[in-house]
Design a protein around this ligand. Structure first.
Ligand code: C2E
Ligand code: MG
Ligand code: MG
Ligand code: MG
Length: 291
């Protein structure tokens, strides 16, 4: 009868809940030891200039290969890292590791901008500015070559406070990108005040670009908005040549996506960049490139 059905539904629901909370506890527990066990690593996805097709930079993307749980994707563990605040030490590790890598590449003659994702939790921490400044000094990265990616949703609450933090980050000379732009309900009036340099068009608008005229209109509007506010645009998730062609037509400055390159381990970057951009300038080659 209906009452029993109700009970069964409840039992199924609570088992589901238990399973998921058990899984979350297990994940958080494993994540607590991931850094010391060397289970975290970074992959890097090239960013390509639509003007000349060259790779101008890379985005660092966190990877977790857990001894206990196998490979866990960022979509599963980043939210838990945020809730447990483990994102604080992990985020600092990401920034330091990626900046060191960028400097190591520079010393090999590869000149790449570096984008690093910063969580809303890090943005709201009073230590972010000091941490970024310390890592810039310690690693010797040229701050103009560092871009911090903040999701649009992390900017929406307390926009006045966020504006002050962003201004101080800009004071360190690094660039600021709004990631996943268009899905986070940010108000255009705040956008005007945020000292942001880059808008990253969310993958959801790129996906159906070639057959959805609304998505094309949205992408075009983001590009126009960025141009008028002196920002540049990056489209994420470009998988198909038709999407690429439209993004060029609407004047989007940079693209990232599987069409061009998947995120790869750092060892693969020099080869990929040299293949795509041509040989390094002679001055750099003399500086010890292993071709
Ligand atoms: P995101 O910053 O928007 O990064 C783009 C995501 O799209 C990456 O997923 C990338 O691998 C994926 N991607 C790139 N090109 C394509 C494509 O052509 N098609 C498809 N389907 N996907 C593509 P990933 O590496 O799984 O990261 C997911 C999200 O996790 C990131 O989204 C970012 O929000 C977060 N994340 C990753 N690494 C970090 C980190 O170090 N710190 C923080 N706070 N968040 C991170
Ligand atoms: Mg990103
Ligand atoms: Mg994104
Ligand atoms: Mg996205």
């Amino acid at each position: 009868n209906a009452k029993d059905e109700g009970k069964n539904t409840f039992r199924m629901f609570s088992e589901e809940l238990n399973r998921s909370s058990h899984e979350r506890i297990q994940l958080v527990h494993a994540l607590q030891h991931a850094m010391e066990k060397n289970e975290l690593s970074l992959h890097y996805q090239p960013k390509i200039s639509n003007g000349d097709g060259r790779i101008i930079g890379v985005e660092a993307l966190l990877r977790w290969n857990s001894e206990e749980l196998g490979a866990v994707t960022p979509d599963r563990f980043i939210p838990l890292a945020e809730e447990s605040r483990l994102i604080m030490p992990i985020g600092e590790w990401v920034l330091r590791t990626a900046c060191r890598q960028q400097v190591a590449w520079r010393e090999q003659g590869l000149d790449l901008c570096l984008a690093v994702n910063i969580s809303a939790v890090q943005l709201k921490s009073p230590h972010l500015i000091e941490t970024v400044q310390a890592i810039i000094e310690e690693t010797g990265i040229v701050p103009e070559q560092l871009e911090l990616e903040l999701t649009e949703s992390s900017l929406v609450d307390k926009p006045e406070e966020v504006t002050r933090i962003l201004e101080r980050l800009r004071g360190l000379k690094c660039n600021i990108a709004i990631d996943d732009f268009g899905v986070g309900y940010s108000s255009l009036s705040y956008l005007k005040n945020f000292p942001v340099t880059v808008l990253k068009i969310d993958r959801s608008f790129v996906k159906d670009l070639s057959h959805n005229s609304s998505d094309r209109a949205i992408a075009q509007s983001v590009v126009d908005l960025a141009n008028n506010l002196n920002m540049v645009t990056v489209a994420e998730g470009v998988e198909h040549p038709d999407q690429q062609r439209i993004l060029e037509e609407i004047g989007c400055s940079y693209v990232q996506g599987y069409l061009h390159c998947r995120p790869v381990p750092p060892e693969q970057i020099p080869g990929i960049v040299r293949e795509r951009n041509g040989a390094a300038p002679a001055a750099h080659a003399a500086g010890g490139l292993e071709v």
